[in-house]
Design a protein. Structure first.
Length: 82
């Protein structure tokens, strides 16, 4: 497994820590803000996962309706001899 992404994450974390420290934000507050930001991102990801099935279901339903021409009333089977 490549360590390049983790090296980049480490450098970003060091940069953010340095910048926040220069702004006078205490370490405890920095950690709290980082956790809140990560929690926000996780929540957005969860919303996307939850919403994806409904989106794809609606998309597939529209495509199926066009493909099968479901505008006709097919809710009742045809009668025998009809």
């Amino acid at each position: 497994m490549s360590t390049v992404p983790w090296e980049t994450i480490g450098r970003l974390a060091e940069l953010f820590t340095r910048l926040d420290t220069e702004r006078g934000i205490p370490a405890e507050q920095q950690w709290t803000l980082q956790v809140l930001k990560l929690t926000e991102e996780v929540g957005e990801s969860a919303q996307a996962v939850i919403g994806a099935p409904a989106f794809f279901e609606a998309l597939l339903a529209r495509k199926a309706a066009r493909f099968f021409d479901l505008d006709e009333d097919t809710s009742t089977p045809p009668r025998e001899g009809a």
